[in-house]
Design a protein around this ligand. Structure first.
Ligand code: C2E
Ligand code: CA
Ligand code: CA
Ligand code: CA
Length: 273
């Protein structure tokens, strides 16, 4: 009805106005240190933390904490993503150095989410090599998570870039595997190390078909010599079932939510892994 369409337009324009405000704040927020990485552990079948994923948060001076789902695509549309992405890479490396200086070799490997726009950017490899050098880190400490949809759209130039990044010793994971409605042919052409099973498959594991699907994904990962990581693991039952199927690593609220840097260092030091 009439009222509803007015309401809809109001929310829509309020949303657009907010997006424009946030967009205008990106650069100064970055300069003022309003972006922050949180870290979520990944554990092996014995519960030992081997890796972690870096997830960005925006601590906006007026709006409070803004989750990435509310600003990543805005950053991509407004041309800010490569700056933000470079900051994420540098801050992830800075964190690994800080942990190591405290005597923690953990997490052995830190995963960084990479937007498709960063893959199209010539500076990605230089950013990685510069940050690894600045913080004196081995390249094997870093893993890039690329969504399946980004990988499917990979051009020949991107493929070369991925290959040269992998030659550095950085590993590459497919994020959100199985959600991109894509053919599997990219698995043959690209240098990939890890397959991340999307949360929605883990959520459906209680159903017989869902369980078979996860089993098949894990078997495919193994057949292709890729490690498998299940994301969104929330219950002991899911963990046990995934373990039996041969999944290599597990990530989810069952072990820990993403934590701010100091909390994560405490979590590691407490050996809750
Ligand atoms: P993603 O890469 O698939 O990250 C997993 C998301 O699932 C994270 O949400 C994480 O907090 C959440 N999660 C982890 N375990 C559980 C669980 O057991 N249960 C539930 N319900 N959720 C769980 P978050 O941090 O809000 O990030 C959302 C998305 O934003 C990420 O999805 C990623 O696509 C994007 N993102 C986050 N940080 C960055 C970044 O630095 N760069 C880029 N390009 N994208 C990022
Ligand atoms: Ca991810
Ligand atoms: Ca994911
Ligand atoms: Ca996901």
């Amino acid at each position: 009805g009439r009222n509803r369409s007015v309401f809809y337009n109001d929310t829509l324009s309020a949303q657009l106005a907010r997006d424009r405000r946030l967009e205008a704040d990106f650069k100064t927020s970055l300069a003022y240190g309003e972006f922050e990485l949180h870290f979520q552990p990944k554990v092996n079948p014995s519960g030992i933390c081997l890796g972690a994923e870096a997830l960005v948060r925006w601590k906006h001076h007026q709006e409070g904490i803004i989750p990435p789902i509310q600003f990543i695509s805005l950053a991509e549309r407004s041309g800010f993503m490569t700056d933000l992405g470079a900051w994420v890479i540098r801050d992830a490396c800075r964190f690994l150095r800080r942990a190591q200086d405290r005597g923690l070799r953990l997490p052995d490997r830190l995963s960084i989410n990479i937007s498709p726009l960063q893959l199209a950017d010539d500076n990605l490899k230089a950013t990685l090599t510069d940050c690894l050098a600045e913080f004196a880190l081995e390249a094997s400490r870093i893993e890039l998570e690329l969504t399946e949809s980004a990988l499917v759209e990979t051009t020949a130039a991107n493929q070369e870039l991925l290959e040269s990044i992998r030659e550095l010793g950085v590993s590459i994971a497919i994020d959100d595997f199985g959600t991109g409605y894509s053919s599997l042919s990219y698995l043959q052409n690209l240098p990939l190390d890890v397959l991340k099973i999307d949360k929605r498959f883990v959520d459906n594991m209680e159903e017989p078909q869902g369980e078979q699907l996860v089993r098949a994904i894990i078997q495919m990962g193994r057949a292709l010599n890729m490690g498998t990581v299940a994301e969104g693991v929330e219950t002991q039952r899911q963990m046990e079932a995934l373990k039996r199927m041969g999944c290599d690593q597990f990530q989810g609220y069952l072990f820990s939510k993403p934590l701010p840097e100091d909390k994560f260092l405490q979590w590691l030091a407490a050996g809750k892994r």
